[in-house]
Design a protein around this ligand. Structure first.
Ligand code: DX5
Ligand code: ZN
Length: 224
């Protein structure tokens, strides 16, 4: 079982010290920085605008994986790309035209991701598989950090993995929400390549980041 990419969500970081936080994540062995963008309309919370992402860019050389929970999303793609996003991930529901949006992201020179809410069917990936570099499965409903992992996600990971393999897609399969060292192993065993984690990375403060990330990377499924 290959170790997963660990993508800490800065939603759980100290917003008063964001620059130091992303630098600390890099030093602690994070693979990507996951940036949760919320608009107070598509999801019931407001977080980080493109100017914040731009201000963070010089503080790390890690890829910025920007999860856009914004509707409509198209008017914001360019601003986040210009701010330094390497991957832009969008919800089909933030529409109106998923296929066009994914094409636009690649046109901007970024990697394109599609994200499925717990209630969104895996089959939607089939229609856009040629256009995606990443598929993100939400294991909580989007809007807040610190929620509990929805167990049914494990079956969904297996079905998505099978779909991507069948299509010959090399898209990264990423999981987001309630990921901990207790469920990370099962996610990877089911076929996940990358894990987003907020609470599980930031708990204990900066001195604990490296151990928290290492624990997620090393996690194995619980014995049956
Ligand atoms: C939820 C976000 C997640 C979440 C992760 O809308 O997309 O990235 O904040 O945080 P934890 O790991 O605390 O669930
Ligand atoms: Zn996210």
């Amino acid at each position: 079982m290959a170790a997963p990419l660990i993508c800490p969500s800065i939603l759980a970081s100290d917003f008063a010290r964001l620059g130091e936080e992303v630098a600390a994540l890099e030093a602690a062995g994070a693979d990507w920085v996951h940036v949760d963008v919320m608009d107070g309309h598509f999801v019931p919370n407001i977080t980080l605008g493109p100017d914040v992402v731009k201000a963070l860019r010089p503080h790390t050389s890690l890829p910025f994986d920007v999860h856009l929970m914004v509707a409509p999303v198209d008017p914001w793609l360019e601003a986040y790309r210009d701010a330094g996003a390497d991957i832009l991930t969008v919800h089909p529901e933030s529409g109106p035209h998923l296929h066009r949006t994914l094409g636009r992201i690649r046109q901007l020179g970024a990697k394109a991701g599609v994200v499925l809410n717990p209630g969104t069917p895996v089959s939607i990936v089939e229609e856009v598989v040629e256009l995606v570099d990443l598929v993100l499965l939400m294991s909580v409903n989007p809007g807040f950090g610190g929620q509990s992992f929805i167990e049914a996600t494990l079956g969904k990971i297996e079905r998505t993995r099978a779909l991507l393999d069948r299509a010959g897609s090399k898209a990264v399969l990423q999981i987001d929400g309630g990921v901990t060292a207790a469920n990370a192993g099962a996610c990877v065993a089911a076929g996940a390549d990358a894990l987003v984690a907020g609470t599980a990375v930031f708990r204990g403060g900066a001195a604990a980041y490296a151990a928290n990330i290492a624990a997620l990377k090393a996690a194995r499924p619980a014995a049956a």
